[in-house]
Design a binder for this molecule. Sequence first.
Ligand code: C2E
Ligand code: MG
Ligand code: MG
Ligand code: MG
Length: 274
Amino acid sequence: RAKAAGRNRVAFFEALMHVEVQDRLHLERDLREALLLEQFHLHLQSQFNAEGTEIGGELLLRWQHPLRGAVSPLQFIPVAEDSGLIIELGNRVLRQACLALARLQKAGCLQSLSVNVSPRQFRRDDFVDGLRRIIFETGAPASFLILEVTEGLLIENWQDTIARMSELGAMGLRFSIDDFGTGYSSLAYLKKLPLYELKVDKSFVQDTPSDPNDTVIVEAVVSMAKHLNLRVVAEGVETQAQRDFLVAAGCDCLQGYLLARPGPLEDWLLKRGA
Ligand code: C2E
Ligand code: MG
Ligand code: MG
Ligand code: MG
């Protein structure tokens, strides 16, 4: 009996795993199709300085599938990374970001645009040359493009990452560490890499100012960033109390639903006459 029950359980888990694998395969198939059918759109979420002036924005991918509805990037980005589709998808995002920057410049209302870059995308041998070509072809002012990378990128291939960042830095691009504090990397990279900013992860912002641990963590990150000459952005700012705390703590830049929700990039550009 026990044996039979064990067998049943194994069969049950195998069936579950099968369903999971199937789901993933279907998602990958739909992603491939979405690229062909242009189901991806870019949203922009504005970023503000301590005084409340808009100083830039982060571009966020949106996928609207006819049957699935809006699929979260938290769900499809990992699948795009594993399947390699992130290369094509990431290149499109970079091109659109550069086209937007060129339009902003022409309209005389340049602001920085931040783009999320996956490790797999960044590590491609042709990443630097590909981006150089996109910048050349679009005529984008490269110094207004900020690439957001995560700490995961910094764990391996040190020398290569430094070399790549330096090369892109020489073209004028800037780098931001996204979700800072949630990865497993050491702090040693902070002084070795040509970085421009740290983005304090929203999980640390969420419970400020009431949680004393998070409050101390945010203050420590801001203080460290100041000493390293890095800009600090707080993401996920949802309440006035959080905002007041972050400004008092010395955050240079704020991003979150309290200040602005992500909305279509195209609308944002048109509103600025770009
Ligand atoms: P992220 O880069 O850390 O982006 C911030 C996320 O927080 C976004 O989620 C944004 O919509 C959300 N957010 C903004 N303000 C608030 C707030 O006040 N409260 C809360 N709770 N959330 C807020 P989203 O758009 O779902 O994107 C999730 C993640 O997907 C991003 O996290 C980023 O890692 C990834 N992603 C999005 N677009 C791209 C892309 O073009 N390329 C790559 N490689 N990854 C992307
Ligand atoms: Mg980001
Ligand atoms: Mg983030
Ligand atoms: Mg985050």
